[in-house]
Design a protein around this ligand. Structure first.
Ligand SMILES: [Zn+2]
Length: 425
């Protein structure tokens, strides 16, 4: 079975019906199913951004995007930027010398755009400079086209909120903190983002008298406190993280490549370069009501997840996954409900023998079938045939941990499963 669909546009899509239940998959519009997003962007690399702005952000554990003009950066400053990036902040380019790019010739514009990116990347090992901000907000179609050759996104100074549906990544809109801005107004921007499911990109210059249109650090702190109070419905992230999330979600395709009474195997791809587009997407997947004792693995890793039950009793798992990182396996370690009706005379028994690290399967010898042992990543570690009504399975070679034994018997009423969890001590 191979079913493919694209997860964007329509959210709950019924993609298949298997044994009277249907699977539904949703990719959260914003990370962790928040209602909106906010990013903090800082232009011109002013000192007060680094000694006041970052300090305030850190008090709330928030990260910012800092657009620097690379021509002004002293050598010693790069060490500070490296540390910022290690702490989760973003460094973007604001050109070399802050010219109005639409008013200079295109060769010079190209130089400012390309070389500033190279400078950032040469000075900060293994960092890919993702975003650009147009100096003084000036750009035209040609400038925009050059920027799009080197960067993944660019912020303008055009006023407004961004949305997933119609955001031009090379003309991102912003709301600007000017010196006379009232806290109340700034806080209503946050409310709009949450209410309208939008992305608010705030832009700042200096603090406490530094640079163009400085604002007071006190106002910024109070604004951050307000944002903190909305954190359960608001995603606070750098500009690059939100662009990554939107683009991955836009490009996402989800294929169910295997499904049975006790497991789903799912492939999540985004057709984007994996070295850049590495932000997890939040997925919500409907699983059968009867599934209990669930585990989820993504490639080689066990994944943390939440379960949710809606008023109709439908069960969902919610978890994060980076696209293109291998198969996602959702596993239920409890048998499917209807086993008894399916097989009254299978006489199937499975029990461990603690003395010699094995377990024994007994069943009605008129049936044949097979068994498999899966680890909690859904990987089959052992399989074999069921032929004569008794089988002893040696688990000596298994590593310590939890396993699922899946017994499949072919009966006159169809295929019958028994699934048992086995713990190898
Ligand atoms: Zn500027």
């Amino acid at each position: 079975m191979f079913i493919k669909f694209f997860g964007v546009g329509v959210f709950f899509i019924i993609i298949n019906t298997i044994d009277s239940f249907s699977q539904e998959i949703k990719i959260a519009p914003f990370y962790k199913f928040k209602n909106g997003a906010v990013s903090f962007t800082f232009d011109d690399g002013l000192d007060s951004q680094f000694n006041i702005g970052i300090e305030l952000l850190s008090k709330f554990n928030y990260k910012g995007t800092f657009f620097i003009t690379t021509g002004n950066i002293k050598k010693a400053k790069w060490e500070f930027f490296k540390e910022m990036i290690n702490n989760g902040h973003e460094i973007g380019s604001h050109s070399i010398s802050h010219p109005k790019l639409s008013e200079i010739n295109l060769n010079d514009a190209n130089f400012e755009i390309e070389i500033s990116k190279n400078t950032v990347e040469q000075n900060i090992d293994s960092f890919q400079c993702f975003s650009f901000a147009y100096p003084s907000g000036r750009f035209n179609a040609e400038v925009k086209s050059i920027v799009s050759q080197f960067y993944q996104a660019a912020r303008s100074v055009n006023s407004g909120l961004c949305s997933f549906e119609n955001t031009d990544n090379f003309q991102l809109q912003t709301l600007f903190f000017s010196s006379n801005l009232k806290l109340k107004i700034a806080n209503t921007w946050v409310n709009s983002a949450i209410h309208d499911q939008k992305w608010l990109i705030e832009s700042f210059h200096g603090f406490d008298g530094d640079g163009y249109q400085p604002i007071s650090s006190n106002l910024f702190r109070k604004h951050l406190e307000y944002i903190k109070s909305k954190e359960n419905v608001l995603w606070v992230a750098t500009l690059q993280d939100v662009v990554k999330y939107f683009k991955e979600r836009q490009g996402a395709s989800i294929s169910i490549i295997d499904s049975s009474d006790y497991l789903y195997r799912i492939q999540l791809n985004d057709n984007l370069p994996d070295s850049i587009y590495n932000h997890p997407l939040t997925l919500k997947i409907k699983i059968p009501k009867s599934w209990k004792d669930i585990s989820i693995a993504h490639g080689e890793h066990i994944v943390q997840f939440q379960t949710q039950v809606d008023p109709l009793g439908n069960q969902f798992v919610i978890f994060d996954a980076v696209p293109d990182r291998g198969l996602i396996t959702i596993l239920s370690q409890t048998p499917f409900d209807s086993e008894k009706e399916k097989c009254e005379n299978c006489n199937l028994i499975l029990y461990p023998i603690p003395f010699n690290n094995s377990f024994r399967v007994l069943w009605n010898p008129m049936y044949v079938g097979h068994f498999s042992i899966l680890n909690l990543k859904g990987q089959m570690v052992f399989k074999g045939e069921l032929k004569s009504g008794i089988l002893q399975i040696d688990t000596e070679l298994l590593e310590k941990g939890n396993y699922m034994v899946v017994i499949d018997l072919d009966t006159e009423k169809g295929n019958f499963h028994l699934i048992k969890k086995v713990i190898k001590e």
